[in-house]
Ligand binder design. Structure first.
Ligand SMILES: C[S@@+](CC[C@H](N)C(=O)[O-])C[C@H]1O[C@@H](n2cnc3c(N)ncnc32)[C@H](O)[C@@H]1O
Length: 193
């Protein structure tokens, strides 16, 4: 399939997944999962969370993951098989705008860095600042190479200014002074019963 703008691969998702691990765990807490429940992860990527969720629903529960990228689904299914969880964790290709499930099929649902839902109540937003001192990681996590390339192509920044900015960051990194803060927002809501 053609790759949409902003496409990120499974290697990227694994690296950033580690960085936002605490946020992921917080989102699981808010699902109030109990053994035997059926839960859904929308935009599941390469089973970034479905395998973790399987431990929470247990052998009598079910975790569904959907993603519109077939290669993510293939990777997710392979990882679930390798983890011996093929009976509990199911992944299938689907679009979040047209979910192939009946209404109220799931006890809870999560969606990370892909949130399109309406009519929720008791919505809470939890700001979650993440700090890093690793410049190379930050460049990867923010896909800054691509942003710089486009900024150059569109004439937003000159080559000279870009080089100057990069040199300043490298200098700060070399001297152990680089840090960056990424603000993540965890949105939690409930469907009215
Ligand atoms: C930023 S990634 C997050 C993946 C995973 N939740 C994680 O935390 O690693 C967003 C995922 O949503 C998927 N995605 C984007 N738009 C989608 C849509 N309309 N329907 C289903 N999946 C979608 C992408 O293919 C990608 O795997």
């Amino acid at each position: 399939m053609s790759r949409p703008k902003g496409y990120v691969d499974s290697g990227y998702l694994r690296t950033v997944g580690e960085f936002v691990k605490a946020l992921k765990l917080l989102s699981y807490d808010h699902m109030h999962i109990q053994a035997g429940q059926s839960v859904l992860d929308v935009g599941c990527g390469p089973a970034s969370d479905t395998i973790e969720l399987a431990a929470m629903v247990g052998p009598t529960g079910t975790v569904f993951g959907i993603d519109y990228d077939q290669s993510m689904i293939e990777g997710a299914e392979r990882r679930a098989r390798e983890a011996g969880l093929a009976d509990v964790v199911k992944h299938q290709r689907a679009d979040s705008a047209h979910l192939p499930f009946r209404s109220a099929q799931f006890d809870s649902c999560r969606s990370e860095r892909l949130f399109k839902q309406q009519g929720l109540v008791e919505i809470e937003i939890h700001p979650f600042p993440l700090v890093t001192t690793d410049l190379a990681f930050m460049r990867q996590a923010t896909v800054i190479d691509e942003t710089e390339r486009i900024a150059r192509a569109e004439g937003v920044i000159t080559e000279e200014k870009l080089n100057h900015w990069r040199a300043e960051l490298k200098d700060a990194d070399d001297r152990g002074l680089f840090f960056a803060v990424m603000l993540q927002l965890l949105a939690v809501g409930r469907k009215p019963s």
